[in-house]
Design a protein around this ligand. Sequence first.
Ligand SMILES: [Zn+2]
Length: 88
Amino acid sequence: MFLRLLLLGILVYAGARVVLWVRRYLKSLPHRSEVRISRGPGGVNEMVRDPVCGVYITEKESITAVVKGREYYFCSAECRRKFLEDQG
Ligand SMILES: [Zn+2]
């Protein structure tokens, strides 16, 4: 009976050590899956998509154009120009 308790104690101790080790290991990994949202003074910046090249940019960084009452966001003046040309 005593031996069983001792074994149980060892198992619990070993388990705790493994949990600590795994936690430390996970912390040391780079957080690749972490979604990075840039925060400005106004809070979280909305991500918008450039309809020309398909790139995502923050609303703050983008160049906007209003076509037929709708607002479009572009990564560069070049993309904006292309888009406006396509509109005719
Ligand atoms: Zn673009």
